[in-house]
Design a protein around this ligand. Structure first.
Ligand SMILES: *Cc1c(COP(=O)(O)O)cnc(C)c1O
Length: 320
């Protein structure tokens, strides 16, 4: 197939039918405690219960299913962890080899999972730019690159979440979505604005990785020199080249949350909602629980985007 030149609703609808059977329709959970604390009616879209523990399987599977598989032997991906895990899983399911480029110091759980799915894992640098350059060098005609977000077919896969949320709760008024490179929010915002334009899409990024906030303020796509956050899936240095214009056009607002607020939300999810969610996956809820948000009395979905928690980073070591 020829590569699409834009992210459209039909691309997302095609992804939804293509993904049936391979991707779970995850539950939308309600929580009285979280609604009370936020002052909004909050429901949690449980993508931490998705196959491979994050939504990334939607985009990765959609992209790999649209390659001509008779002409390739494997796929290559660069990832902070969840995308690599998703590509490794999808490749194995489709009988392809996967090579995943991860940063030094990647979450050991995510590394282990990629290896468990049979992928070759390589460690390069610490930034997304460094590992993407390496993955591009490894990729060739027989082993194409599966980009984590800057690809319309990947975004279309993530966009199936927007259709799913609207189907589960047609009365929703606000959807809170974490932002890394922006593929997730681009897909969801497109699905939602093309079918229910009154629903507000709010992006959430960590204070220490606020590349979209900085870019919106500057009026152009900026690259941060460095990022620092407990949310390892949200630490892109810059919005994607393809996701940036979509975010500018279709996302209503972008806000930031502190690492402390993210960790608090992670803890609250475990203690109150009994949900195991990684920091990147708790950022959207962190905003709903923050003191000054304007969400009171609104019907709000907080997207829990992943559950691959590295406990050794969150908890003190156990002693005898
Ligand atoms: C990748 C990821 C995100 C961000 O998705 P982008 O498409 O890069 O914006 C959010 N949460 C989790 C758990 C992720 O793995």
């Amino acid at each position: 197939m020829t590569l699409p030149e834009a992210l459209t609703l039909s691309l997302i609808r095609e992804a939804r039918s293509r993904l049936q059977g391979d991707v779970r329709a995850t539950p939308l959970l309600d929580s009285t405690s979280l609604s009370d604390w936020s002052g909004a009616e909050v429901r949690l879209k449980a993508e931490h219960l998705q196959r491979t523990g994050s939504f990334k399987i939607r985009g990765a599977f959609n992209r790999i299913l649209t390659f001509d598989r008779s002409r390739i032997q494997g796929v290559v991906a660069a990832s902070s962890g969840n995308h690599g895990q998703a590509v490794a899983y999808a490749a194995r399911a489709l009988g392809l080899k996967a090579t995943i480029v991860l940063p030094h110091g990647a979450n050991p759980l995510k590394v282990e999972a990629a290896r468990h799915y049979g992928a070759d894992v390589e460690f390069v640098g610490t930034t997304s730019a460094e590992r993407l350059a390496r993955a591009q060098a490894l990729a060739d005609d027989l082993h194409p690159l599966v980009a984590p977000y800057d690809d319309y077919l990947v975004m279309a896969g993530q966009g199936t979440l927007g259709l799913e949320i609207l189907g589960q709760w047609p009365e929703v008024e606000v959807i809170l979505v974490p932002i890394g490179g922006g593929g997730l929010i681009s897909g969801i915002a497109t699905a939602v604005k093309m079918t229910a334009p009154h629903v507000q899409i709010i992006g959430v990024e960590p204070e220490g990785a606020a590349k979209v906030t900085a870019s919106l303020r500057a009026g152009r796509r900026l690259q941060l020199e460095s990022t620092a956050s407990v949310a390892d899936g949200l630490r892109a240095l810059t919005p994607g080249e393809l996701t940036w214009p979509i975010i500018q056009q279709r996302v209503d607002d972008v806000v930031t949350v502190s690492d402390q607020a993210i960790l608090h939300a992670t803890q609250v999810l475990a203690e109150r909602a009994k949900q195991v969610v990684e920091p990147s996956g708790a950022a959207a809820l962190a905003y709903a629980l923050s003191p000054d948000q304007p969400l009171h009395h609104k019907r709000v979905v907080a997207l829990l985007s992943g559950g691959n928690v590295d406990w050794s980073q969150l908890m003190p070591p156990l002693r005898e």
